[in-house]
Design a binder for this molecule. Structure first.
Ligand code: SAH
Length: 231
């Protein structure tokens, strides 16, 4: 990270803290950098995105980690997706004000957008933080990924157990090469779980609106969901 990028991200942290919407939890506002941006910086480094790639941030909320990815990697195109139009407008405002030209925020549900031709199998990578269980995020992401594309999901301390419990299901929906990267220096235990799309996305994915969350393909909720913040 060069000094210009550092300044950019400090301004972003300030915008997040002062936004009228609850884009981060109230208790986090005095330390948005420490609790959110610093973690996102490490997550972005772990992605190892390649020059010219297109990445999607699924459930971006206030822009995490999408804004950080776009700021640190001007050579990568970033689409930030969220179901909440108000959040999307706020995030689009941030990137416009910060003159981050390689990012765009779009409103919609992943279940619907992943079926649209301009989004289906059009991304080299999907990243997602604090959206839900691994199997849920995997289902929501699968349709966006081109064959060979990569998914990176930010998870908490129980990432290994979670991965073990759903890896069969993830294989069934066309993922392979599972790995877990520990993120050092984050305020709480943070892992990035990565996997690769094996081929074309199965036509039945994702299922109808709301079903991925209400009836996860991995079975009954196991209680391992990382808290959803900022919604
Ligand atoms: N990634 C951000 C926000 C996490 S909150 C962060 O780390 O701070 C989870 C966000 O995911 C919410 O803003 C919610 O609107 C969005 N979301 C959840 N399910 C979604 C879906 N199916 N399609 C699109 N957005 C979704």
């Amino acid at each position: 990270m060069d000094s210009a990028q550092r300044v950019l991200l400090e301004r972003y942290a300030e915008m997040l803290a002062n936004a009228p919407l609850n884009l981060v939890a109230k208790g986090d506002r005095d330390d948005v950098w420490g609790r959110h941006v610093a973690e996102a910086i490490r997550v972005v480094e772990a992605l190892q995105a390649r020059e010219g790639e297109r990445w999607l941030d699924l459930g971006t909320g206030g822009g995490l980690p999408g804004v950080v990815l776009a700021a640190l990697r001007p050579d990568v195109t970033v689409t930030m997706l969220d179901a909440r139009a108000k959040k999307v407008r706020a995030v689009q405002g941030f990137v416009t004000d910060l003159r981050i030209a390689n990012a765009v925020a779009i409103a919609g549900r992943a279940e619907a957008l992943a079926r649209q031709p301009e989004h289906r199998e059009r991304y080299d990578g999907v990243v997602s933080r604090a959206v839900g269980r691994l199997d849920v995020v995997a289902e929501l992401s699968r349709g966006f990924l081109r064959p060979g594309g990569r998914l990176a999901v930010v998870r908490g301390a129980d990432a290994d157990a979670e991965l073990t419990s759903v890896s069969d299901v993830l294989e069934r929906i066309g993922f392979e090469a599972f790995a877990r990267l520990g993120i050092a220096g984050a305020p709480r235990v943070t892992n990035v779980v990565t996997m690769q799309a094996t081929g074309s996305a199965p036509g039945w994915l994702p299922r109808a609106d709301g079903i991925p969350q209400s009836a996860p393909i991995g079975g009954a909720p196991s209680g391992t969901t990382r808290a959803t913040r900022g919604s």
